[in-house]
Design a protein around this ligand. Structure first.
Ligand code: N01
Length: 509
């Protein structure tokens, strides 16, 4: 956004709470943190030179490699001079007289005509309020705030709360380091092998030789990533063919597993075939049948985000690892010595919370934007987020959201989704300038219709049918509204049409 804004000749400045750039890849440096979208796709495409010159080393880049890449981008485009680090934005308030946004930061105030919230979908951490947490005498960590210098787990009894993507990536590594590892699981997750490996230089060359085409093809797929979306339904093939397809995707690794057939997120019976295949893999991997059973999810596959792992289920065969089912016997308290469930107390030296995020809205509310009439975003969205295209919200003129709720965001490959938003926002600002306008704001009717559409699309699928963070169900008290828009290509087309019709659905003046 900074690069695009400069390209328009605007004066722009970015504010960042962290001591370095990288956002999610700056903060989530827990052991094993790695992307589960292929490196060649999880990268910028706004500069052909950039995408040609950067050499990825692994099929799925590690957190360190992505952070190195993002720092490279910042330096290559000379962005650092306009990025103010260690500067948390405390509030953003519309000055109705001037039409400008007044931001208060830890290091003073700023006034801006446009305010772009590039605050991330998974940024504000979720730390459940376990009674007694402060009394714990050991060390506590959240995976998304892992210390830069690392944590020495050697010889220690370590507990992990949570079994989502972050836990599933870090648990195999914790198990190698710790004397004892206890995993406290409330809901078992589906995980497929990541299939990470050094990136074949020949494949990298092949993709780079036709990068633009490759990107275009990926953007046509439902999640905006080259998952090889199966064009037919799970029951349009024989059971043997179906198994072969799952086996092949399992062997190749990664999230394309859930794209094996076009109806896995549309038809519960189709979904069950993919789910049962994973369950059989768990039973075949985990030696203790009781542990295998506890690790086996019974819900739909993919309606909580599918995880990708490197040796997760195998880790439960280690003698120093145990699994505690806290759905049956919930966590009651953290004690000075460890963690107590209804049934037992577990002595721990280190307690790791892999408990996720207040997704999609948490980081926006943390800045507490206040629009027309002093209304806060939190008040406006009390019943759930309301946006037009996930890009803007009525009552908050000139405030843009990058991958906001109501846009594909977390149900798309994030980097192209971010670039599409940034390009759209930049083009919108340019349009205003060319037409002598200074304000853009969604019309309430357009916003309401978009909200209905997002909801209707979601409810035509199986996605809203379990308690996921997509719905806000992981944060007590958060309204249950399915937040991401499903279908990247349709969405991109809609955004283009809105722009082509002179920003239809927005008031410009
Ligand atoms: O968080 P999560 P995450 N008592 O919300 C449990 C992306 N990501 O950080 O399911 C006990 O998925 C909770 O249990 P339950 C990716 O989009 C990507 O792992 O609510 N347990 C769950 O098991 C991902 O989806 C990558 O019953 C409690 C866990 O904590 C998203 O980030 C890597 C609890 C939270 O799982 C979030 O992933 C990492 C409580 N009170 C993350 N509260 C890659 O690119 C919560 N839990 C690979």
């Amino acid at each position: 956004m900074l690069h695009r804004a400069r390209g328009l000749g605007l004066r722009a400045r970015a504010f960042e709470a962290g001591s370095g750039v990288g956002g999610t890849w700056f903060w989530n440096r827990y052991p094993g943190a790695r992307c589960d979208i292929e490196s060649l796709e999880y990268s910028y495409q706004f500069s052909e030179e950039l995408q040609q010159e950067w050499e990825w080393t692994e099929r799925f880049a590690s957190q360190r490699e992505i952070l190195r890449y993002l720092n490279h981008v910042v330096d290559r485009f000379d962005l650092r001079r306009d990025i103010q680090l260690e500067t948390r934005v405390l509030s953003a308030r519309l000055d109705e007289a001037s039409g400008r946004w007044d931001l208060e930061t830890e290091r003073g105030g700023v006034s801006a005509r446009f305010c772009v919230m590039a605050t991330g979908c998974l940024s504000s951490t979720n730390l459940p309020r376990f009674p007694g947490l402060e009394s714990f005498e050991g060390e506590t960590y959240h995976t998304a705030r892992w210390p830069e210098e690392g944590v020495d787990l050697r010889g220690k009894c370590v507990g992990v709360v949570g079994t989502g993507s972050s836990a599933i990536q870090s648990i195999p590594i914790f198990a190698e380091q710790a004397a004892r590892l206890t995993v406290f699981q409330r809901t078992p997750a589906y995980s497929v092998p990541a299939g990470n490996a050094p990136l074949d230089p020949e494949e990298q060359r092949r993709v780079k030789a036709r990068y633009a085409e490759f990107r275009h093809e990926a953007a046509q797929q439902p999640f905006g990533a080259a998952f090889g979306f199966g064009p037919i339904g799970a029951f349009e093939v024989t059971p043997e063919e179906r198994e072969r397809e799952y086996e092949e995707r399992w062997r190749r690794g990664g999230l394309p597993y859930m794209a094996a057939f076009r109806d896995l997120m549309l038809d519960a019976a189709a979904n069950e075939t993919a789910a049962e295949f994973v369950r059989a893999k768990i039973r075949a991997t985990v030696r203790d049948p009781a542990v295998a059973d506890a690790l086996t999810p019974r819900t739909l596959l993919g309606c909580k985000r599918l995880c990708a792992d490197s040796g997760y289920y195998e880790t439960f065969n280690r003698p120093n690892v145990s699994l505690v089912d806290v759905s049956a016997a919930p966590i009651e308290a953290i004690t000075p010595r460890g963690l107590r469930t209804r049934d037992a107390e577990y002595a721990l030296d280190v307690l790791v919370f892999a408990t996720g995020f207040d997704a999609m809205t948490g980081s926006l509310f943390a800045v507490d934007p206040r629009g027309r009439g002093g209304i806060s975003l939190r008040e406006k969205w009390a019943e759930g987020p309301r946006t037009y295209l996930g890009l803007a919200t009525a009552g908050f003129p000139n405030l843009f959201l990058v991958t906001g709720p109501g846009s594909p965001s977390v149900l798309a490959n994030m980097v192209p989704a971010i670039e599409q938003h940034v390009d759209w926002i930049a083009a919108c600002i340019e349009h205003l300038r060319e037409h002598g306008k200074s304000r853009v704001e969604p019309l309430p009717d357009a916003e309401a219709a978009w909200g209905d559409h997002v909801n209707a699309v979601a409810h035509a699928t199986l996605f809203p049918s379990c308690s996921s963070w997509y719905l806000g169900a992981n944060v007590p008290g958060k309204p249950r509204v399915f937040m991401p828009y499903i279908g990247f290509p349709t969405y991109v087309q809609k955004c283009a049409e809105v722009a082509a019709k002179g920003y239809e659905g927005f008031a410009l003046d």
